[in-house]
Structures are given as C-alpha cells and as structure tokens.
Design a protein around this ligand. Structure first.
Ligand SMILES: Nc1ncnc2c1ncn2[C@@H]1O[C@H](COP(=O)(O)OP(=O)(O)OP(=O)(O)O)[C@@H](O)[C@H]1O
Ligand SMILES: Nc1ncnc2c1ncn2[C@@H]1O[C@H](COP(=O)(O)OP(=O)(O)OP(=O)(O)O)[C@@H](O)[C@H]1O
Ligand SMILES: [Mg+2]
Ligand SMILES: [Mg+2]
Lengths: 165, 160, 160, 165
C-alpha cells in the first residue's frame, strides 16, 4: 500500500485543480512561507476523514473551502481525492487502486466516495482502520507538533503508543 | 490486548535506545510505564542521557535535543510497526545542520519500508528526497506546484 | 498613565502597519484594543492582511507567517521605545531563506539604536552580525566559546 | 547604555570561567544543538534578577549550578557578572561602568553585588526599572517563545505593550 497521487481543488489556497504525484520513497515539498505546503498535509488529513476543524487550523469545517483573494471570488466547494496503490490489499477491499474522495459545500453538506461510489464518513474511517495509518497516530505529524510527545504529561503520551500496538 | 501492548512497548523501548544512540552519536535512552500493573491506562515516562552528559530531565534538554528525542521515538515506533506512509511537516526545524543530515540519513533508511512525504526548508532533507516539488504563489493567494530538482531550489530561494 | 498608554499604543500601531508591509512586501496590519473605554485593563487584538490575500484570522496564517507577524510587532515596539539591548533566541527558526534575509536587514537597521545578541542557526542572520561566537562542547557536557568569522561557520558545521 | 561583556562560571554547562565580549551592533552566537547557546541567554536573564526557575528551564533555583558530567563532579556555586557601559547614565547610578553580579550556592543561599559591593535582589530590579530592559518585556525573547504574542488571548497580550508604555 502506498500513495500514488493527490488531486486538490477548491481546498484552502488551491483555487485551481492541482495534481501531485508521489514517489514510493521520499517526496519533499519546499517553498516560501505561506505558499501552501502545510495545506497539502491538511488535504491528506481531511480526505482521510479528519473531523476536527481545529486540527485543520480552522474555525468550522467550511473554512477549508477556498475563500477568495483580492482578484478571485470564493469558491462554492472543496474537493480532494487520494489515489492509493492497494495491490497488497492492505486496505480491506478488493481493488488494486483505491480512490478516496471527500467534498464539502458552502451549505455545510458533505459527500464521500470510494472509487467513485458514494459512501459515508464512517466507511472511510473503517477503510483505514488496522492499516497503521491513522490521523491521530504517528503517520501524520503537523507543523510544530513534534514537541507534543515531550511536552505532554505521561498519561497523555499513551495514545501514540496505543496506536502502534 | 494487554500482552500485545506490553510486547510492542518492549520492542519500541529497545528500538528507542538504539535509534537514540545513533542520532545522538552515543548515550542511552529508555521509556517506562508509570503503572506497570495497570497497563491499559498507565502513562509513559521518558528518560534520556546524551553522550557524556549526566542523566537529564526532559526540561533541561535544549530545543534541538528535545526535537531529536521526539524524532527518535517516532523512528522507534516506525521500526516496530512500519506505517505504509508518513507525512512529516518541518519536524527538523530546530535541528542544526549536522543533526539535519543525521535525520535525513535515517529517513533514507526507513524509506525502504515506508513512504514519506516531508515538508521542509532544510537542505539536508531536500537532498535525501527522490522527488522534489516546489509550491509557489505566482498569483498571490493561489498555490501552484512545479516539479524541481535540487539545483532549482538554490535559484528558487533567491528568486522568490 | 492612561494618556501615555493610548499615545504609545497609537504609535506602535502605526509602526506595526509599516513594518508589516516592509517584511511581507505589501499588505496591511493593525492592532486594536478590545475595550477602548477601559484602557487600563483592555486586551489587544491583531488583524493582518498579507499582500494579495483576503483579511485573515491569525489561526489561518502559516507557521512562518505567524512568526513574521510576531517579529513585526517586536520591531514596531522597538521603534516606538528603543530598548538599550535585546536578546533574541532563534526567533527566525520558522522563516524561509528570503524572509530570513528580510529579518536580518531589519536587524541591521535597528542595530543603530539597540544592541542585539542573537542565537541562530540561519546563515542570513549570521551574515548580518558584526561579531560571531561559536559555542562547542569539545569536552562533552562542558561549554566552551571561540570567536569565529563567517567562513569558519561553513567548516565548523561540517566538522562538528 | 550597552552590554560590554558577560562572565559566567559554574552556571549550567559553563563549568569553566568563560568571558564573552559583546559588540555595540549585532553579536551572533552559533553552534550545534545542546552546546550551550540558550544557556547564555538564561545567564543574562538570571543575573538581571529572574526569580522564576521555570523560565530558566529548571525545577528549582539550584538547577542552574553546573551538575557535573561523566568526567567532572558537580560544582558548589554558580556566578554570573554582567558588565554594562553606563556613560549615558541610563542606569540610575553615577558610574561609567556597572558590574552586576549574582551568585547562588548549593545550600540555596544567594548573593548579589553591584560594582562589587553587596546588595539585595530588590536593588538589582530597581537598577533596571525604567531603562526599557526588563526580563518580562520584549528585550529578552527565549527559544520558541516568539509565537506567544500570536497564540495568547487578547487580554494576555497586554503585558508586552504595557512594558513599552
Ligand atoms: N545545571 C546544569 N549543569 C550542567 N549542564 C546543564 C545544566 N543545565 C543545563 N545543562 C545542559 O546544557 C545543555 C543545553 O544547552 P542549551 O539549551 O543552551 O543548548 P543550545 O545550544 O541552545 O541548543 P539548541 O540549538 O538545541 O537550542 C543541555 O544539554 C543541558 O544538559
Ligand atoms: N480557505 C482558504 N482559502 C484561501 N486561502 C487559504 C485558506 N485557508 C488557508 N489559506 C491560506 O493558505 C496560506 C497558508 O498556507 P500554509 O500554511 O500551507 O503555508 P506553508 O507553505 O506551510 O508556510 P510555512 O513555511 O510558513 O509553514 C495562508 O496564507 C492562508 O491564508
Ligand atoms: Mg507550514
Ligand atoms: Mg537553544
């Protein structure tokens, strides 16, 4: 199981449809401050089913929709699709490639798809269960959050070890 | 569930001591359960001793040393339970150049079992990457992406 | 006391807008009192608009943009009430190379009125310094100091 | 008023007596992680009268005394002297050079000196009052603390502006 590519449109600062191909080894994302690097990490966390607006650095879930610039109007929806190679069938469904899609409208309405067929958020959570990749574990570490392991109290540190076991 | 957790914890702890010594160039480190009898709710304490120094409480470590300890724990867990992919956003920001290269070497070692997507400003990490993307806002407020090679980065940084 | 605070706050606010535009290459920024009628206990809110972007809440800014806003406030205060000296410990850690050079230029400008002692890993800041000290632990656990020039730093980082 | 030099002995990782000369412009301190850079900033904050062990990254005030290494025994006291050029008489005393000294012993006993004559901690606080340099204001910004202005609530941000007014 590995990430093949990510398609982002209308999510945060991605006003135009953008596609990112990932390598099997190390893919590095570089660029000036405020140019949209952490928004890519947020897009991955969101499409995998993140439900907390705060951990997406927003106030509510519609804050992820492109809110316009001095030259462009705000958009009406945000959509992200994550394409995953599943030839080792680690994701509990019988496809060689799995495309997970999430969409949210200004109205607050959300839509979820697995390989283009509509599903619920719960189905996306279940898809990633037991694969070792979780939004709260050690597979996505947001900016400035590496120190949380050290700075938290012993009883709060448990979570990252539980995720692994 | 209980035995599984204790067994995994033991392996992560062994890995932590080994990874710590490799990242710090010596010294030792260990994890312990605050209540070993009550495994399902116990907290976790961290003890480290950088090479040549006395045993330290975490608070006395420097900013960079604390980040390096967290990175050592991350790799110790990844070694015990490899994750198919891992997204890291500037986790090496507090490291000096030498430790950044040590971190990058570790990343390369682990990239055989896990896929990494890393956001970074550091040269050491960029040099370890197989694929490099530059993000820019040529149109203000709108992100666009371009594929780069490491020589572009030098020019890009100065042109931005 | 009250008039003094209001007057100083007005000047700091003007400075903040100016420094922000210079550090970000455009845009505007302002400070406001949450309760203007109760000056002696009122809180302070911060509003910023980076160039070309819509007005942003602080939470939506990137890591580097937040650090740059804090640095703009620091310089806005220093401009209004210069402090004889200022000790800064890696305040530019989150900045990219271009913003680090902009910060270093600002430091040079302010060094005419205030003395600065800065701890840094960034080349842009080192190049702005008049005097450079290297700290090492040749004997493990014991700090010693040596005077450097910028060319040493390149060698030093690779030798360490 | 500007800093001329700092003499540190027995404070944190400074086992040997060390002297640092400052320039009137910008003095930069560089070096590997954990080598003692932030300890220099802590030494300045301490000699200026800091009373909180936590803001010196310690548990109690004796934690600043050199605690030994695998090859050296712990020391019995820590001492820091800050030499300040006062030819503009910004510090309310009539000397061209002011040397502020602070010493602490393992027993917990502390000693304070201004130009080699014993004084109280309160005298050191008063010396720096109204000069624009304070430990809690904007003149000493510790590692990782630049974000506190942004991350604190509006009512907590007041302090840094009050210090200036
Ligand atoms: N009382 C003490 N006795 C001996 N060593 C001490 C004492 N207090 C702190 N130290 C040591 O000083 C070191 C930290 O130094 P400091 O925080 O200045 O590092 P730094 O150069 O700022 O590093 P970084 O670049 O990672 O921020 C730690 O390794 C710590 O063990
Ligand atoms: N809904 C949105 N619509 C438009 N722009 C947005 C939206 N949400 C966030 N942004 C913009 O995206 C930018 C932040 O991007 P991001 O945090 O990815 O930067 P970064 O490249 O990680 O920078 P740094 O190197 O400083 O961490 C901000 O300037 C913010 O204004
Ligand atoms: Mg970022
Ligand atoms: Mg430090």
């Amino acid at each position: 199981m590995y990430l093949k590519s990510l398609e982002i449109q209308g999510f945060k600062s991605f006003a135009e449809k953008t596609n990112i191909e990932f390598g099997k080894g190390i893919t590095a994302v570089v660029g000036p401050n405020g140019s949209g690097k952490s928004n890519i990490a947020d897009a991955i966390r969101w499409v995998m089913g993140e439900q907390s607006a705060k951990s997406l650095r927003g106030g509510n879930m519609q804050d992820v929709i492109f809110s316009g610039t001095q030259k462009r109007k705000p958009l009406g929806f945000a959509e992200v699709t994550l394409y995953i190679d599943n030839s080792d069938k680690k994701l509990g469904i019988d496809y060689d490639e799995v495309a997970v899609t999430r969409r949210v409208f200004r109205s607050g309405e959300s839509e979820y798809f697995i390989n283009k067929s509509a599903c619920r958020l719960k189905d996306i959570h279940e898809l990633f269960m037991d694969t070792g990749v979780g939004r709260d574990g050690y597979s996505i570490i947001g900016q400035g959050r590496i120190d949380e392991i050290i700075n938290s109290k012993p009883e709060d540190r448990r979570q990252i070890f539980e995720e692994a076991a | 569930m209980k035995e599984r957790f204790v067994e995994k914890f033991r392996i992560i702890n062994e890995n932590f001591n080994q990874v710590f010594a490799e990242l710090f160039g010596g010294g030792r480190a260990s994890l312990a359960l605050t209540e070993p009898d009550d495994v399902l709710t116990s907290g976790v304490t961290i003890e480290v001793q950088p090479p040549g120094k006395a045993l330290k409480s975490l608070l006395q470590l420097s900013g960079g040393e604390q980040a390096l300890v967290s990175i050592a724990i991350l790799f110790a867990i990844l070694k015990a339970c490899p994750s198919p992919f891992c997204i890291l956003d500037e986790i090496e920001a507090a490291l000096d150049d030498l430790n950044t290269y040590r971190f990058a070497d570790y990343l390369k070692k682990f990239a055989k079992d896990s896929q990494f997507v890393v956001v970074t400003h550091r040269r050491g990490t960029m040099e370890a990457a197989n694929i490099l993307y530059g993000v820019t806002m040529q149109e203000q407020g709108v992100t666009s992406l371009l594929s780069l090679n490491i020589d572009d980065v030098e020019r890009e940084a100065m042109l931005a």
